[in-house]
Every structure is written in structure tokens, then in C-alpha cells.
Design a protein around this ligand. Sequence first.
Ligand code: MRU
Length: 362
Amino acid sequence: MKVNGQNMRTIWVEGDVVKIIDQRLLPHELKIISLGTLEDARAAIADMKVRGAPCIGATAMYGMAVAVRNDPSDITIKTAYDTLNASRPTAVNLKWAIDECMGAIDGVDETKRADILFALAAKNCDDDVAMCSNIGDYGKALLDEIATTKDGEVVNILTHCNAGWVATVDWGTAISPIYKAFNAGMNVHVWVDETRPRSQGARLTAWELEQHGVPYTVITDNSGGHLMQHGLVDICLVGTDRTTATGDVCNKIGTYLKALAAFDNNVPFYVCAPSNSIDWDMRDGLKEIPIEVRSGEQEVGWIMGRDEDGILRRVTTMPDPAKTRNDAFDVTPRKYITGLITERGITNASRAGLLALFPEKG
Ligand code: MRU
């Protein structure tokens, strides 16, 4: 997608240097940083310079590639795998990505490993863009149906967190259908959940939509149910960090509450799920998906933004000391999900539905 009119991806290689956007500073500053070592990649993921399940996966692959370029020995490969695997627990794309890397260099001569991994990471980025583009096309068809019933009136979409292009390599998952619909001339408007504590909606989704010219309104995390009760939401589109083989969806904390409100108000609730966000080994999302718990003191207790003089500051609104708790994800049981939008089409959130699209996983 475009930033200040220039095409950008979230991760790319310049010469032989891997570059990413430091998403912690958006929307205030567009800072590009380099990943030259395994530690750079680990810290980028753990400190959320990059975030969003597909973007984490793409970064992990390049993390394996730079680690192996620096030292192609078996011991370094194992260290790189374990280090990256431990950098964030919930998004399954991370493990998927490093498993792909291990498969690609299994039994390969040390001198050839780095080239293979760099080629794999580049291909994964292109594949990710293609998957997200397909999700956009399938999701747009749903928006087309709604637009037809509304006869040119605005189509209101609610989204949570950031599942736009900065959460992937390009296009995004949940925002991809919106970009496709907007590009085709549809009258769309996006309700953007602020998404505390890290405000991925207010900071990142709003920034993306603003850059692309898509109409949007940032709302507090508590507003969605009220808007749905008043007929102001036509469809919810969200992303996923891990979807079980049975269709339970783990996504940013607060997704579950939006699904409940959507269910109660007959608002269709769709999850945009590329296949590398599906964990085919898991059946019960509530019992099995590891939920990341981050520092409440740092993330709930403090918030960063620009003050009236334009200076970036961290401020707190709480008594010192205040107790905090910061579970970063929740699980939406499949019964609340209208459908999963994948790169191969749309299905209901069920094992049978997923296997109909991905029979090779049966
Ligand atoms: O903690 P984050 O910002 O990595 O969480 C991101 C989300 O929950 C996204 O909705 C999810 O990764 C889907 S991204 C296409």
C-alpha cells in the first residue's frame, strides 16, 4: 500500500540488508530500521517493532536467514529457532515460518543455507501478499452483497486491532476487503476500535486508512455494541493470530466481546484467516491456545502520544502504584463466527468447513 504516495511493504531487503518499519512510532514517525542479527529480529518481534501475525511470521523467516548468514552451523540454527520461537507465543504464523525454514535447509550443505533461507523469506513475502489479496477479493464480494441491499448508502464495517497492511507484508487481512471495495468505488466507512492498551486501531489502522483515503472513525473499545444496537454496523471484519482446526479464533483482546455483541444484534462477524494462521494441531481454542500476557505496568499503566506542543510523551492516568493485568489476546468460540475468509474462499467456522477448503490437511 502507499505511504505518502510511495508503495511500501512492511519488510523488504535493500542490497543485502533486511529493513522493517518500527511500528511502535506510528503514526507519529515513519522510522525504518535494519535487522542484521538474530537478536535484532528477536527484539523486533518481542518489543513489537513489528506485530500482526503474518508480519511476525515474515520477520521470523528473515531472522532465521540473517542468523544463518552470520553463522550457518547446526548449533546456531537451533539457537535461532528456539530464540525466535520464544519471542511471542500466540501468533501461530511465527512457528509456521520457522518450521518452513527448518524444512528448507534440512540436510543442506552449510555454504548454501543462507541463500536458501533468504530466497524462502522473499518468496514467503510474495505469497503473503497474494494470500491477503485473495482474502480481499473474497471479502469484497461479501461487502458487494451488503452494498446491494443498501442501494448506495454507506456500508459500515467495524474492525478491531490492526489487521491491515502493516500487520502483514501488504494488503492486510481484515482491511484488505475494505481496500478492494474502496478502490472499486464502494461507499464504505470503517469504525476503528481504539484497541487499548497498545492502541493498534487508533495508531495503525487509522493511519493506514488515512493514508489510503478510506473514511473511518476511531471509537473507544466500549462503543461497538452500542453502535450495533443502533443499526450502525453492517459487518465486523477482524484478523486472527491463531485459528484452531475447528474454527475457534484467537485475536487481540476484546475481539470476543465484539463477537458477542455482533451475535446478539445479528451483525455478520467474519474473521479473515490466511491458512498460515490456522493451527491444524489444535481443536479447542479456549483450552489450548497460549495467550500472551504482557507487562500491565508498562502497557496498561502508561500510554504514549503527542502532547499539544507536538512532543512525544508517555503519561500515566493511574495512581502510583495501581495493579494492572494485561492479557493480550482472547478466544472467540466458533459458534459466534459467521464465517472465515481465507485465501481459498469463505467457509463456516468448523472443521468440516476448513477441510473442504484445505483437504490436504485432513
Ligand atoms: O499484538 P498484535 O498487535 O501483534 O496483535 C495483532 C492482532 O491481534 C491482529 O488482529 C492479528 O495479528 C491479525 S493481523 C493480520
